[in-house]
Design a protein around this ligand. Structure first.
Ligand code: CA
Ligand code: CA
Ligand code: CA
Length: 114
């Protein structure tokens, strides 16, 4: 039975770039955030509200990237979300590739569609 993952917020403790990062996230390899755009600006100490709900079964992956112009975009990490986290309140996982440090807050809830 599919579950929903409700993404609550993304907190930036340390950007990858000097100054702000231009971030985006993939859900199971497909663009998820920002909705309706390519990237979102974020600075150290900032938290972005996400308010995104995605359906999944079993496990899902979330990858965080920083877009760069001159060289390749930076992959800041990939986390795995599991249906075993269902109904356990708010979880958090960290992206810390390339000396960046981000925390993603989310909750796994019963799927709206049976
Ligand atoms: Ca970068
Ligand atoms: Ca960048
Ligand atoms: Ca880069």
């Amino acid at each position: 039975m599919p579950s929903d993952v409700r993404f609550l917020r993304l907190q930036c403790l340390e950007t990858e770039d000097n100054g702000r990062d231009e971030i985006y996230m993939h859900f199971n390899g497909r663009h998820m955030f920002p909705q309706g755009g390519d990237t979102a600006d974020i600075e150290t100490g900032q938290t972005l509200d996400l308010n995104i709900i995605m359906q999944f079964a079993g496990e899902a992956t979330v990858s965080l990237f920083d877009e760069d112009d001159i060289d390749e975009d930076d992959h800041l990490g990939t986390i795995v979300i599991s249906e075993s986290e269902l109904n356990q309140g708010v979880h958090s996982q960290t992206f810390n590739g390339d000396d960046a440090n981000y925390i993603l807050f989310y909750a796994v809830v019963p799927g709206v569609i049976g």
